[in-house]
Design a protein around this ligand. Structure first.
Ligand code: ZN
Length: 200
């Protein structure tokens, strides 16, 4: 597409086009919308982005992203400390929270084991997970991992590591399609998958 605006606006469009779900055309539309709503939208968005940049941290306990450390989920006293839901990515944590599926705490691995891509246990927060799992108040680990080969490899690996521990390891049941990614599931499916979890 030929440039129709100065480099400052083209840059804005290019950056917006890198967001998931936005292609070049919708990025252009979004940019134009922001420009038209400079006072109402662009200024607050700029401020929100700046504040977020300053304040965002990775939770030292669970790996969630928040402006508090430990994060809001980890410090919420209404959550059941006996359950840890293990997810690959922060997006999965947020998806499960959206589905209001479980009232436990989380552990974000930072990915899944993938020998082909050279992702080994040392690249994920598996050691931290194992030490959290040995906390006497933790009774159950729910492996909420993608129904992909890598997701299931990771689930098996973690289960093996905790074979001799007192913690019960469960996994998601029906509803997660083979090859499916949690982030793309609707809330109902995700909620059912958590409720019908089975012993690993
Ligand atoms: Zn946390």
């Amino acid at each position: 597409m030929p440039a129709v605006a100065g480099p400052e606006i083209e840059r804005l469009i290019q950056l917006l086009a890198r967001l998931p779900g936005l292609g070049p055309r919708s990025a252009r539309r979004a940019a134009l919308h922001l420009i038209k709503k400079r006072e109402l939208l662009m200024a607050p968005l700029t401020a929100a982005l700046e504040t977020a940049m300053e304040k965002i941290e990775v939770c030292r306990t669970c790996g969630n992203i928040d402006t508090h450390n430990p994060c809001t989920v980890c410090t919420d006293p209404r959550r059941d400390p006996s359950i840890i839901v293990v997810v690959a990515d922060v997006a999965d944590l947020w998806a499960l929270e959206r589905a209001n599926a479980v009232n436990g705490r989380y552990h974000v691995l930072g990915g899944t084991l993938s020998p082909l891509d050279g992702v080994g246990p040392q690249d994920l927060s598996i050691d931290q997970l194992v030490s959290r799992a040995h906390d006497p108040q933790v009774k159950e680990l729910i492996l909420a991992l993608n129904a992909t080969v890598d997701g299931q490899t990771t689930a098996h690996y973690i289960t093996e590591l905790l074979r001799d521990s007192a913690v019960k390891v469960t996994k998601l049941a029906h509803g997660v399609p083979v090859g499916g990614e949690l982030d793309y599931l609707d809330e109902g499916t995700l909620s059912a998958a958590i409720k019908q979890r089975t012993l690993f």
